[in-house]
Write a protein that binds this ligand. Structure first.
Ligand code: ADP
Ligand code: ZN
Length: 443
């Protein structure tokens, strides 16, 4: 566990973030019952609670959570567009949408209270990662239905820092903005940070012309090795935060000054980890699917929402920052982007970890899966750093060999490696799409 803070340790709401565990659990139990009351106003839970013979009065301890039904993305799609609302339409203050990474996007709704809570919860992780009132923030998350843009906007506003709502895209303009308005902080997806890093390098900008100090990344899986690459390339410190529209958007968890995993905002969300096959709850420390119950949400009160995100929760004693909440690991992948290759389960993040270990490799890659002659084949297309891309067959061959061996070591699988010229693979402004699975098209 890290015991040395990377930045000054600050807490936005010590009363809520550093609550005694017993007090926190009592609050969670009370709020859980209220959440069940709100949920029972919508037809989906009315039916489900009726079927399971549950009344809100019976749900008054944390252990009672297990009696409640799980909710899936399919359930949201089946009751499309607004079957999960917890209040009448005239009480809704805002609608947002999911990005639709895994299919048809769905809608989510917020009351005024929900927006207020969302703002404060985003302020919490922003402050824990170093945001101060006197900072200027370049907010390069897409604005619009995506919860990243507005969620972070509300959080920065709460803290009182200056916002540049530049949204994503137009990297040249992003660079001009960095030069003209000197933001210290950047917010975007990690893959967009890679693109911006390239624009800065191509723009022949001296690093001393930029005031950038640190960044908050979220919205998609990224690895610790990718963090190291971006921190080195942009000479900044990067913080991870997690969220999803179905249970709020950003502001569910984020890293503190000690970067010991992401603190879960447990006074507003109950986190569980389950085995995605058996649906049985797993103990802290075990990896599985993360299930989230928002406790205060009025507009869209989902219960035990299956995120499809794989990770684990831990609580190795109080974090030196003073927060008492449990923490979660990075997201290791999504159940729906896990590849099953010749019977072996692999997450794209494992391949990323392997690639980033090799110095010659640039942080741009694409994974292609096919099944010629009934045999799963993975080809990893990788850009080599421009300065190392060489005409010498022997050098390229040696790099390739090293990549194949490192992937093998981490995933246990032999994959084809295709080295491509610098700047030939796709770049992303929002969430990256780095896997092309041709097998889905054939079946
Ligand atoms: P969609 O599920 O349609 O992409 P969202 O825009 O709400 O909808 O995205 C939420 C998803 O983004 C999460 O379920 C998770 O898979 C991913 N995500 C968000 N933040 C992170 C993060 N810090 N690390 C890894 N994945 C993340
Ligand atoms: Zn901490």
């Amino acid at each position: 566990m890290n015991t040395i803070p990377i930045i000054e340790n600050r807490i936005w709401n010590p009363e809520c973030e550093c609550m005694e565990r017993r007090e926190l659990e009592a609050l969670q139990a009370k709020r859980l019952q209220e959440a069940v009351v709100r949920a029972s106003r919508n037809p989906f839970y009315q039916e489900a609670f009726g079927r399971l013979k549950i009344t809100p009065a019976q749900i008054h301890r944390l252990e009672d959570l297990q009696r409640l039904p799980l909710t899936t993305k399919e359930d949201l799609r089946d009751s499309y567009p607004l079957g999960f609302m917890g209040v009448p339409r005239n009480e809704i203050a805002r609608y947002q949408g999911t990005s639709g990474t895994t299919g048809k996007p769905t809608w989510v709704a917020y009351t005024e209270n929900d927006v207020e809570n969302w703002s404060n919860l985003c302020a919490r992780f922003l402050v824990s990662g170093g945001l101060k009132k006197e900072h200027t923030v370049q907010l390069s998350f897409g604005f619009g239905l995506f919860t990243g843009g507005f969620g972070l906007h509300f959080g920065i506003q709460k803290v009182g820092a200056a916002i540049i709502p530049i949204s994503s895209g137009n990297s040249e303009r992003q660079l001009t903005c960095m030069l003209d308005l000197s933001p210290e902080i950047l917010i975007c997806t990690p893959s967009y940070a890679l693109k911006l890093m390239e624009t800065i390098q191509a723009g022949d900008v001296d690093r001393s012309q930029l005031r950038l100090e640190h960044a908050y990344f979220g919205g998609e899986p990224w690895t610790e090795s990718m963090r190291a690459r971006i921190e080195e390339g942009l000479q900044i410190k990067c913080w991870n935060n997690y969220g999803l529209a179905e249970v709020q958007g950003p502001g569910i968890s984020g890293e503190c000054a000690y970067r010991n995993g992401m603190h879960i905002q447990e006074d507003h969300f109950i986190f569980e980890v389950i085995d995605p096959e058996t649906l049985e709850p797993l103990p802290d420390g075990e990896r599985g699917e993360i299930v989230v119950t928002p406790l205060c949400r009025e507009g869209f009160p989902v219960i035990r929402y299956r995120t499809r995100d794989i990770g684990y929760i831990f609580n190795d004693g109080a974090c030196p920052c003073g927060r008492t909440t449990r923490r979660m690991s990075r997201i290791l992948g999504r159940t729906d982007d896990m590849l099953i290759i010749r019977g072996v389960n692999v997450f794209p993040s494992q391949i990323e970890t392997a690639l980033m270990r090799i110095d010659a490799v640039a942080p741009h890659y694409m994974i292609e899966v096919s099944r010629p002659e009934a045999m799963d084949t993975v080809t990893v297309h990788i850009e080599i750093k421009p300065e190392l891309f060489s005409d010498s067959m022997r050098e390229m061959h040696a790099i390739k060999k090293e990549i194949v061996a490192t992937i093998m070591q981490i995933t246990g699988l032999r994959m084809e490696v295709n080295l491509v010229s610098p700047k030939t693979l796709a770049r992303f402004e929002g969430k990256a799409k780095r896997v092309i699975d041709h097998r889905n098209l054939v079946d």
